[in-house]
Design a protein around this ligand. Structure first.
Ligand code: SF4
Ligand code: SF4
Length: 294
């Protein structure tokens, strides 16, 4: 299964765009000659909601899930970190067994969409994005030779994508905004990229960060918000998107404590000074080495 959906940024494909009313001739069922062939060539990018569904299904923490079932990759040329489902050396998905998908009712968004890909686009001057679909036609997939024909809307309903679309929407919009702003936003510092990884996928770690004293000293949130974020993964996931919009684009939707910005600048000054001193002493050491035997 080559990548089943396209996050809205890097793609070399120039696909034929389809909409919800477009017709799709396709059927997949247990017993078809290619049954499971797609899961033996799995290239599945996960969304934050996919991670929540799968980690809960397996009764693992997000860190355990990421460690045991995913591989990291860079989603764009700025090095934005993403995660894919882990496969074996031949590309067989971790979750595939003789009977099929062992996590079927919690399978990721990309698996639900196949053989469709989808991408969101923001037309010039448009206020909101539009979703377009395209067909992924792979040699090993015999479902295209079946007679069943239905609209894309009907197909997606049968795959129960609605909940996933709803939960993925804000995160996808964050990606789209980064893409549409192009080089104007520049490459984020490594620390911001790591923050993005944590806020997107490693929710338990992000929760510790949000509940830390440092965070409370920097941002003004009321106690009831902290209570919700301490307990609810979905609320924390949505808060993560807000937080990253603030980090990437400077949107001020989370109020900062008075003087927090100045304190951060002061702290950074100390770090920069320490780095400068370390650089000077490294340089001096190298010079001493050069002339030691002269
Ligand atoms: S998660 Fe399930 S449906 Fe998706 S590739 Fe793996 S085995 Fe196949
Ligand atoms: S028809 Fe396509 S999607 Fe269905 S099992 Fe075969 S390869 Fe996979």
């Amino acid at each position: 299964m080559s990548e089943k959906f396209d996050l809205p940024f890097e793609s070399n494909l120039v696909p034929k765009m389809l909409d919800l009313g477009s017709r799709l001739k396709f059927r997949c069922y247990r017993g078809i000659s290619c049954y499971n062939a797609c899961c033996k060539k799995a290239d599945i990018t996960l969304t934050p909601y996919d991670v929540i569904r799968l980690k809960d299904r397996l009764g693992k923490s997000s860190s355990e899930f990421l460690r045991d079932h995913t591989v990291p990759f860079r989603m764009d040329k700025d090095g934005l970190p993403g995660v894919k489902l882990m496969t074996d050396d031949e590309g067989v998905c971790n979750f595939m067994n003789e009977a099929g998908c062992s996590v079927y009712s919690d399978r990721p968004t990309a698996c639900r969409y196949y053989p469709l890909g989808h991408m969101s686009m923001l037309s010039t001057g448009a206020k909101s994005d539009e979703t377009h679909y395209f067909l992924v036609h792979e040699e090993h997939c015999k479902g295209h030779a079946e007679e069943l024909e239905q609209s894309i809307a009907e197909y997606l309903k049968s795959q129960e994508t609605a909940q996933y679309d709803e939960m993925n929407r804000e995160w996808m919009q964050l990606m789209l905004k980064r893409r549409s702003m192009g080089p104007t936003v520049g490459r984020p510092p490594e620390a911001t990229l790591q923050l993005f990884f944590m806020a997107s996928y490693d929710l338990e770690r992000f929760r510790r960060f949000v509940l830390s004293e440092n965070f409370r000293n920097s941002y003004q949130l009321d106690d009831s918000t902290y209570e919700v974020l301490a307990k609810e993964d979905l609320s924390l996931m949505q808060f993560g998107v807000r937080f990253m919009r603030q980090a990437f684009f400077g949107e001020r939707t989370i109020e900062e404590q008075t003087g927090a910005w100045e304190r951060r600048v002061e702290q950074r000054k100390e770090v920069w000074e320490a780095r400068r001193q370390a650089e000077i002493s490294r340089h001096q050491q190298a010079e001493d080495e050069k002339y030691k035997d002269a």
